[in-house]
Design a protein around this ligand. Structure first.
Ligand code: AMP
Ligand code: TRP
Length: 329
């Protein structure tokens, strides 16, 4: 089985797009590979300037990952900052990547430009070195990432190869793979844009922790169009097609088949809201159960952290040995 690593930053609340587009596949994929899922809190520090928020966001995301169905006995769910090897290997990565290579990272250029006049941390610049450490510590064969992260996996490959050439075979050279296509969930108020936590308003975003009444209301007010025909057409009918996609993702019925069942938008909106509630409600219940039992949540996280730690420590020790650092006395 391939070793697979995916990581997610604990920033913002998990929404329906994250769930239907990514988390559902994580859950299904836990039996198809030897999977590691890191909650990468250290990456979030690159743009963090307030105390006492990151820990809470980390535990909430952990609870959500277990609530959606990641099984700690199967998938290794860990918190990046709990495995100190990430920071340690990151330094070795920084010394293996060049200033020029980091300067060419488009995500850095974009983020730094957006923060013009604001504080741009050195961590924002060296971010790919920490990401390379995340990946290489676990001997990952495959890293499922969207297009925006491909360049970071490419630089990780370059770093791994350069390190192996300099110091001898140390790291598995990983490949970026396309995540299994999940649903692409669009904003209910602006169905030509992806549902995203950076949206200007929450009205078109369905959060996993929204209550049933809120979910119903958001679907009831979903933007459609004025021709009144239920038909799947992403180009010409983005709002209706988004509802059909969501309903399909929640029920497993193909969109065309669903479309033929409706002649009006009202019932389609109602049924889609209900189908989402049927998916989300049990997850929400498990989430709140875990958040109310921090001891149990800590126990689940410890299972993943312990397993992650074992792998990470062995890899870091191998890197130290191959470089020829003086063994600890
Ligand atoms: P983000 O919250 O943007 O960091 O995304 C976390 C994961 O959720 C990534 O795998 C994204 O591809 C996925 N994702 C985010 N928004 C959507 C969406 N609207 N539809 C489908 N997948 C999404
Ligand atoms: N940079 C990724 C993002 O912003 C998150 C990430 C950090 C990651 N380390 C990783 C993804 C390792 C895959 C593998 O989405």
């Amino acid at each position: 089985m391939p070793r697979v690593l995916s990581c997610i930053q604990p920033t913002g609340s998990v929404h329906l797009g994250n769930h239907l587009g990514a988390l559902i596949n994580w859950v299904a994929g836990q039996h198809e590979g030897n999977v590691f899922h890191g909650i990468v809190d250290l990456h979030a520090l690159t743009v963090l300037d307030r105390p006492n928020v990151i820990g809470e966001q980390t535990i909430e995301l952990a609870a959500m990952l277990f609530a959606v169905g990641l099984d700690p006995d199967v998938a290794t769910v860990f918190v990046q900052s709990h495995i100190h090897e990430h920071s340690e290997l990151s330094w070795l990565m920084e010394c293996t990547v060049s200033f020029g290579e980091l300067s060419r990272m488009t995500q850095y250029k974009d983020k730094a430009a957006k923060r013009e006049g604001d504080f741009v941390s050195a961590g924002l610049f060296t971010y790919p070195a920490l990401m390379a450490a995340d990946i290489l510590l676990y001997d990952a064969d495959e890293v499922p990432v969207g297009d925006d992260q491909r360049q970071h996996v490419e630089i990780t490959r370059d770093i791994a190869q350069r390190f192996n050439n300099r110091f001898g075979d140390t790291f598995v050279v990983p490949r970026a793979v396309h995540p299994k296509a999940g649903a692409r969930v669009m904003d209910l108020q602006d169905p030509t844009s992806k549902m995203s936590k950076s949206a200007v308003s929450d009205a078109g975003l369905v959060y996993m922790l929204d209550d049933n009444a809120t979910i119903e209301r958001k679907f009831k007010r979903a933007v459609t169009d004025s021709d009144g025909e239920v038909r799947y057409d992403r180009e010409l009918k983005p709002g209706v097609s988004n509802l059909l996609d969501i309903l399909s993702a929640c029920t497993g019925t193909p969109t065309e088949q669903l479309a033929s069942r409706y002649t009006q938008y009202g019932p389609l909106k109602k049924d889609t809201g209900d189908a989402v509630i049927a998916v989300v409600e049990p997850i929400r219940t498990r989430y709140h159960g875990l958040m109310a039992d921090k001891g149990e949540l800590a126990r689940l996280l410890r299972i993943g952290n312990d397993r992650a730690r074992e792998v990470a420590a062995a890899t870091l020790a191998r890197a130290h040995r191959n470089i020829g650092l003086l063994p600890r006395v």
